[in-house]
Design a protein around this ligand. Sequence first.
Ligand SMILES: [Zn+2]
Length: 290
Amino acid sequence: MRLAFLGVAGALPAAGHSNVSFVVTAGVATAGATALVDCSGTPAAALEQLGVCPTEIDSVILTHAHTDHLYALPSLMHAQLMLGRSARLTLAGEPAALQRARALLDAAGLLERAESFGIAWHDLSRSELRLAAREMGADGAGRSGDATAELCFRSFAVEHSVPTLGLLIEHRSVQNTTRICSSGDTRPCEAVAVNARGAALLIHEASGLADEESELNAAGHSSARQAAAAAAAAGVRQLQLVHLPPWGLNGGESRFLSEARTALARTALARAAFDGDVAIPQTGRWFDVS
Ligand SMILES: [Zn+2]
Protein backbone atom coordinates (compact mmCIF):
# COMPACT_ATOMS: atom_id res chain seq x y z
CA MET A 1 0.00 0.00 0.00
CA ARG A 2 1.25 3.48 -0.81
CA LEU A 3 0.21 6.86 0.39
CA ALA A 4 1.11 10.45 -0.37
CA PHE A 5 0.04 13.71 1.19
CA LEU A 6 -1.44 16.55 -0.85
CA GLY A 7 -1.17 18.75 2.21
CA VAL A 8 -0.37 18.52 5.92
CA ALA A 9 -1.53 21.91 7.24
CA GLY A 10 -4.23 22.32 9.90
CA ALA A 11 -7.25 24.58 9.54
CA LEU A 12 -5.08 27.44 8.27
CA PRO A 13 -3.14 26.72 5.08
CA ALA A 14 0.47 27.89 5.29
CA ALA A 15 2.92 29.19 2.70
CA GLY A 16 3.69 26.13 0.54
CA HIS A 17 1.26 23.90 2.47
CA SER A 18 -2.39 22.99 1.78
CA ASN A 19 -4.79 21.63 4.38
CA VAL A 20 -4.34 17.99 5.28
CA SER A 21 -5.40 15.47 2.65
CA PHE A 22 -3.84 12.25 1.41
CA VAL A 23 -4.15 9.74 -1.39
CA VAL A 24 -3.87 6.03 -0.70
CA THR A 25 -3.56 3.29 -3.28
CA ALA A 26 -3.21 -0.49 -3.24
CA GLY A 27 0.13 -0.44 -5.02
CA VAL A 28 2.08 0.42 -8.12
CA ALA A 29 0.89 -2.24 -10.57
CA THR A 30 -2.78 -2.19 -9.65
CA ALA A 31 -5.83 -0.24 -10.70
CA GLY A 32 -9.23 0.30 -9.14
CA ALA A 33 -8.27 0.97 -5.54
CA THR A 34 -7.22 4.57 -5.14
CA ALA A 35 -8.89 6.87 -2.64
CA LEU A 36 -8.46 10.45 -1.55
CA VAL A 37 -8.99 11.15 2.14
CA ASP A 38 -10.39 14.67 2.60
CA CYS A 39 -10.25 17.15 -0.25
CA SER A 40 -8.54 20.52 -0.07
CA GLY A 41 -6.01 22.71 -1.87
CA THR A 42 -5.85 22.15 -5.63
CA PRO A 43 -6.32 18.36 -5.69
CA ALA A 44 -6.17 17.77 -9.45
CA ALA A 45 -2.81 19.58 -9.74
CA ALA A 46 -1.41 17.86 -6.64
CA LEU A 47 -2.51 14.44 -7.94
CA GLU A 48 -0.95 15.07 -11.37
CA GLN A 49 2.28 15.97 -9.62
CA LEU A 50 2.17 12.54 -7.95
CA GLY A 51 1.56 10.81 -11.28
CA VAL A 52 -2.11 10.10 -10.54
CA CYS A 53 -4.68 11.16 -13.12
CA PRO A 54 -7.60 12.74 -11.22
CA THR A 55 -9.98 10.27 -12.92
CA GLU A 56 -8.11 7.40 -11.20
CA ILE A 57 -9.60 8.42 -7.85
CA ASP A 58 -12.25 5.76 -7.17
CA SER A 59 -13.45 7.19 -3.89
CA VAL A 60 -13.24 10.41 -1.91
CA ILE A 61 -13.58 9.94 1.82
CA LEU A 62 -14.68 12.92 3.90
CA THR A 63 -13.88 12.59 7.61
CA HIS A 64 -16.03 15.50 8.82
CA ALA A 65 -17.97 18.54 7.71
CA HIS A 66 -15.38 21.24 8.48
CA THR A 67 -14.55 23.49 5.53
CA ASP A 68 -10.80 22.79 5.47
CA HIS A 69 -11.46 19.07 4.87
CA LEU A 70 -13.86 19.25 1.94
CA TYR A 71 -13.90 22.63 0.21
CA ALA A 72 -11.98 21.48 -2.90
CA LEU A 73 -14.41 18.69 -3.84
CA PRO A 74 -16.09 20.76 -6.60
CA SER A 75 -12.66 21.49 -8.09
CA LEU A 76 -11.74 17.79 -8.17
CA MET A 77 -15.11 16.78 -9.65
CA HIS A 78 -14.84 19.54 -12.25
CA ALA A 79 -11.42 18.22 -13.29
CA GLN A 80 -12.81 14.68 -13.51
CA LEU A 81 -15.65 15.87 -15.74
CA MET A 82 -13.24 17.77 -17.99
CA LEU A 83 -11.06 14.66 -18.26
CA GLY A 84 -14.07 12.60 -19.37
CA ARG A 85 -14.61 10.42 -16.34
CA SER A 86 -17.14 7.68 -17.07
CA ALA A 87 -16.72 5.35 -14.10
CA ARG A 88 -18.82 5.70 -10.96
CA LEU A 89 -17.28 7.65 -8.08
CA THR A 90 -17.90 6.73 -4.46
CA LEU A 91 -18.27 9.62 -2.05
CA ALA A 92 -17.90 8.11 1.39
CA GLY A 93 -17.61 9.53 4.86
CA GLU A 94 -19.34 11.02 7.85
CA PRO A 95 -23.05 11.69 7.09
CA ALA A 96 -23.04 15.47 7.77
CA ALA A 97 -19.90 15.82 5.64
CA LEU A 98 -21.64 13.98 2.77
CA GLN A 99 -24.64 16.26 3.09
CA ARG A 100 -22.37 19.29 2.89
CA ALA A 101 -20.54 17.79 -0.08
CA ARG A 102 -23.84 17.38 -1.91
CA ALA A 103 -24.76 21.02 -1.19
CA LEU A 104 -21.31 22.18 -2.35
CA LEU A 105 -21.56 20.27 -5.62
CA ASP A 106 -25.07 21.60 -6.14
CA ALA A 107 -23.93 25.21 -5.47
CA ALA A 108 -21.12 24.76 -8.00
CA GLY A 109 -23.63 23.51 -10.60
CA LEU A 110 -21.92 20.11 -10.71
CA LEU A 111 -24.32 17.74 -8.99
CA GLU A 112 -26.43 16.80 -12.03
CA ARG A 113 -23.39 16.64 -14.31
CA ALA A 114 -21.45 14.48 -11.86
CA GLU A 115 -24.41 12.18 -11.48
CA SER A 116 -24.13 11.53 -15.21
CA PHE A 117 -21.22 9.22 -14.43
CA GLY A 118 -22.82 8.09 -11.21
CA ILE A 119 -22.06 8.95 -7.62
CA ALA A 120 -22.39 6.28 -4.97
CA TRP A 121 -23.00 7.90 -1.57
CA HIS A 122 -21.61 5.72 1.21
CA ASP A 123 -22.17 6.38 4.92
CA LEU A 124 -18.85 5.18 6.28
CA SER A 125 -20.02 5.52 9.88
CA ARG A 126 -22.41 2.59 9.26
CA SER A 127 -20.50 0.24 6.99
CA GLU A 128 -17.01 -0.32 5.68
CA LEU A 129 -15.94 0.55 2.15
CA ARG A 130 -14.03 -1.99 0.05
CA LEU A 131 -12.19 -1.15 -3.14
CA ALA A 132 -10.93 -4.06 -5.21
CA ALA A 133 -7.51 -3.67 -6.77
CA ARG A 134 -7.00 -5.28 -10.16
CA GLU A 135 -3.81 -6.27 -11.83
CA MET A 136 -2.73 -3.81 -14.53
CA GLY A 137 -2.77 -5.03 -18.12
CA ALA A 138 0.15 -4.28 -20.44
CA ASP A 139 -1.81 -1.32 -21.82
CA GLY A 140 -2.04 0.19 -18.34
CA ALA A 141 -5.74 -0.60 -18.01
CA GLY A 142 -7.07 -2.68 -15.13
CA ARG A 143 -8.10 -6.17 -16.21
CA SER A 144 -11.46 -7.27 -14.93
CA GLY A 145 -12.09 -10.43 -12.96
CA ASP A 146 -8.63 -10.77 -11.47
CA ALA A 147 -8.70 -8.76 -8.26
CA THR A 148 -5.35 -9.19 -6.55
CA ALA A 149 -5.93 -7.21 -3.39
CA GLU A 150 -8.35 -4.85 -1.77
CA LEU A 151 -8.31 -1.68 0.25
CA CYS A 152 -10.81 -1.68 3.08
CA PHE A 153 -11.79 1.50 4.94
CA ARG A 154 -13.39 1.24 8.33
CA SER A 155 -14.30 4.18 10.54
CA PHE A 156 -14.49 4.83 14.25
CA ALA A 157 -15.80 7.88 16.08
CA VAL A 158 -13.22 10.30 17.46
CA GLU A 159 -13.70 13.40 19.65
CA HIS A 160 -13.73 16.66 17.73
CA SER A 161 -16.04 19.71 17.82
CA VAL A 162 -18.34 18.07 15.23
CA PRO A 163 -18.96 14.36 14.47
CA THR A 164 -15.69 13.09 12.98
CA LEU A 165 -14.40 9.75 11.77
CA GLY A 166 -11.01 8.22 12.44
CA LEU A 167 -10.04 5.70 9.77
CA LEU A 168 -8.53 2.25 9.73
CA ILE A 169 -7.25 1.49 6.24
CA GLU A 170 -6.40 -2.13 5.47
CA HIS A 171 -4.58 -3.45 2.45
CA ARG A 172 -5.48 -7.13 2.07
CA SER A 173 -3.69 -9.41 -0.34
CA VAL A 174 -2.90 -13.12 -0.46
CA GLN A 175 0.51 -12.41 1.03
CA ASN A 176 -0.47 -10.25 3.99
CA THR A 177 -2.59 -7.53 5.55
CA THR A 178 -1.16 -4.08 6.24
CA ARG A 179 -2.90 -1.38 8.24
CA ILE A 180 -2.74 2.38 8.53
CA CYS A 181 -4.70 4.25 11.18
CA SER A 182 -5.60 7.93 10.77
CA SER A 183 -6.85 9.88 13.78
CA GLY A 184 -8.68 12.60 11.87
CA ASP A 185 -9.24 15.80 13.85
CA THR A 186 -9.51 14.82 17.49
CA ARG A 187 -8.62 15.56 21.06
CA PRO A 188 -6.86 12.62 22.78
CA CYS A 189 -9.25 9.73 22.33
CA GLU A 190 -8.87 6.12 23.43
CA ALA A 191 -10.48 4.84 20.23
CA VAL A 192 -7.40 5.93 18.27
CA ALA A 193 -4.98 3.77 20.26
CA VAL A 194 -7.43 0.85 20.24
CA ASN A 195 -7.89 0.96 16.46
CA ALA A 196 -4.22 1.67 15.74
CA ARG A 197 -3.10 -1.50 17.51
CA GLY A 198 -1.34 -3.66 14.94
CA ALA A 199 -1.10 -0.83 12.40
CA ALA A 200 2.21 -0.17 10.68
CA LEU A 201 1.60 3.57 10.69
CA LEU A 202 -0.41 6.03 12.76
CA ILE A 203 -1.21 9.36 11.11
CA HIS A 204 -2.16 11.65 13.98
CA GLU A 205 -3.09 15.28 14.13
CA ALA A 206 -0.83 17.64 16.10
CA SER A 207 -2.43 21.06 16.09
CA GLY A 208 0.03 22.49 18.62
CA LEU A 209 2.43 21.72 21.48
CA ALA A 210 2.03 20.51 25.06
CA ASP A 211 2.07 24.04 26.54
CA GLU A 212 -1.26 24.80 24.84
CA GLU A 213 -2.99 21.48 25.49
CA SER A 214 -5.95 22.84 27.44
CA GLU A 215 -6.94 25.19 24.58
CA LEU A 216 -6.24 22.54 21.96
CA ASN A 217 -8.25 19.87 23.73
CA ALA A 218 -11.17 22.27 24.36
CA ALA A 219 -11.28 22.88 20.60
CA GLY A 220 -11.18 19.13 19.84
CA HIS A 221 -7.50 18.92 18.90
CA SER A 222 -4.28 17.30 20.21
CA SER A 223 -0.70 18.28 20.87
CA ALA A 224 2.37 16.55 19.42
CA ARG A 225 2.95 15.00 22.86
CA GLN A 226 -0.57 13.56 22.88
CA ALA A 227 -0.17 12.22 19.32
CA ALA A 228 2.98 10.41 20.49
CA ALA A 229 1.14 9.06 23.55
CA ALA A 230 -1.47 7.50 21.22
CA ALA A 231 1.29 5.96 19.08
CA ALA A 232 2.98 4.59 22.20
CA ALA A 233 -0.26 3.13 23.59
CA ALA A 234 -0.98 1.44 20.25
CA GLY A 235 2.57 0.16 19.78
CA VAL A 236 2.69 1.26 16.12
CA ARG A 237 5.94 1.19 14.17
CA GLN A 238 5.72 4.69 12.69
CA LEU A 239 4.07 8.00 13.50
CA GLN A 240 3.33 10.84 11.10
CA LEU A 241 2.25 14.21 12.48
CA VAL A 242 -0.20 16.23 10.39
CA HIS A 243 -2.67 19.12 10.75
CA LEU A 244 0.07 21.45 11.99
CA PRO A 245 -0.33 25.23 12.39
CA PRO A 246 1.49 27.50 9.89
CA TRP A 247 4.41 28.21 12.24
CA GLY A 248 4.88 24.46 12.79
CA LEU A 249 5.44 23.93 9.06
CA ASN A 250 7.61 26.92 8.34
CA GLY A 251 10.32 26.98 10.99
CA GLY A 252 8.80 25.17 13.99
CA GLU A 253 9.06 21.56 12.72
CA SER A 254 11.84 20.58 15.13
CA ARG A 255 9.79 21.59 18.18
CA PHE A 256 6.93 19.27 17.11
CA LEU A 257 9.30 16.41 16.32
CA SER A 258 11.36 16.67 19.49
CA GLU A 259 8.25 16.90 21.70
CA ALA A 260 6.86 13.71 20.11
CA ARG A 261 10.21 11.89 20.23
CA THR A 262 10.68 12.73 23.90
CA ALA A 263 7.22 11.38 24.75
CA LEU A 264 7.92 8.17 22.79
CA ALA A 265 11.33 7.64 24.33
CA ARG A 266 9.72 7.50 27.77
CA THR A 267 7.58 4.49 26.85
CA ALA A 268 9.04 0.98 26.82
CA LEU A 269 6.35 -0.32 24.44
CA ALA A 270 7.08 2.44 21.94
CA ARG A 271 10.84 1.90 22.20
CA ALA A 272 10.32 -1.78 21.39
CA ALA A 273 7.85 -1.24 18.54
CA PHE A 274 9.25 1.74 16.71
CA ASP A 275 11.27 0.95 13.62
CA GLY A 276 11.03 4.35 12.07
CA ASP A 277 11.16 7.88 13.23
CA VAL A 278 8.45 10.37 13.94
CA ALA A 279 7.97 12.44 10.81
CA ILE A 280 6.06 15.38 9.46
CA PRO A 281 5.42 13.84 6.04
CA GLN A 282 6.71 15.67 3.03
CA THR A 283 3.93 16.74 0.67
CA GLY A 284 3.97 15.34 -2.88
CA ARG A 285 6.04 12.23 -2.07
CA TRP A 286 5.00 8.56 -2.02
CA PHE A 287 5.49 6.40 1.07
CA ASP A 288 5.33 2.62 0.89
CA VAL A 289 3.67 1.04 3.91
CA SER A 290 4.22 -2.67 4.42
ZN1 LIG B 1 -11.96 19.90 12.01
